[in-house]
Design a protein around this ligand. Sequence first.
Ligand code: ATP
Ligand code: MG
Ligand code: ZN
Length: 306
Amino acid sequence: MTDGTIPMTTSGGCQNNHGVIYTSKEILELGIPSSDPIPEPKTCKYCGKTLYHECIVLAGKALVWRLNEPQRCDCEQSKAFWVRWEKEQEEQKKAEAERQAQEERKQKIDSILGKSGIRQRFLSRTFDSFKLTSENEQAYDIAFEYVHNWDKHKANGEGLLFEGSCGTGKTHLAVAISLALIQQGVPVVCKTSIDMLSDIKQCYQKDSTVSEEEVVGVYKTVDLLTIDDLGKEQATDWSVSVLYNIINERYEAMLPTIITTNYKTSALIDRLSAKGDKETASAIVSRFVESSHRVTMAWEDYRRKR
Ligand SMILES: Nc1ncnc2c1ncn2[C@@H]1O[C@H](COP(=O)(O)OP(=O)(O)OP(=O)(O)O)[C@@H](O)[C@H]1O
Ligand SMILES: [Mg+2]
Ligand SMILES: [Zn+2]
């Protein structure tokens, strides 16, 4: 010992940038002074081997004890345990990072679109309040399964297309899905196509605090976009190109979209065709037909039943 440092022992004492790491056994054997009491060793619960704590030695003194983590045993069972443990930690970290990223995406959406999202009068449209009949049972099951297997549907970019006549519960189920996923923390935007387009138009106002790119950006990138009543809006060159832009971008990025509409595919293309431009309208419709499960809901109007 010439310069006051402690030589490496054969059993440990590895150098890192901040000092040398020793086990409590080595500290005792070498008589290195410790600022804190030297922790009692533990035993491996699998093989019974004695496991010593480690500490960092700086300037000849044991300074920082790693109290929470004694040495890891090198027996097979213990190694397998630590592999599992590290995998779990990794998964937890990933889940936490995803949760945080989701939260940030939601806050960004709120700051651009305002908190409103789903209108007050829609809030009662939950799975619980949906009355089952022999006709609507299958549609309900599909909607319910969609929420249950959201991760899979999201990964595959799969959406839903609820088509059918008035008052059959299309909006009810689309909103129920959206609300259930919002409750799980998923960033969701759920709007009628008319409201979506009017949000974008608002950006052209002089006093608008958000830009068109920001609003369109939300529609393009939100985890789930639910467009209610597609085809009800007045089709113009502008509306068709905006809708195409959004739906195409989501399709390419494999982001799911849920749509409700009163129109069958060919009628929807007509509805979306501004000045007879069927090409863009067909492109829009074929995009989401390809990426969505189609659910036809055609039976008596629930509003009339009551
Ligand atoms: N099975 C059901 N159980 C309970 N309420 C229902 C059911 N089906 C529809 N409703 C209610 O009836 C009303 C009309 O339903 P909804 O708005 O979902 O119909 P829709 O298919 O979207 O009709 P439209 O094509 O006119 O938009 C809503 O208040 C909805 O909550
Ligand atoms: Mg509806
Ligand atoms: Zn062991």
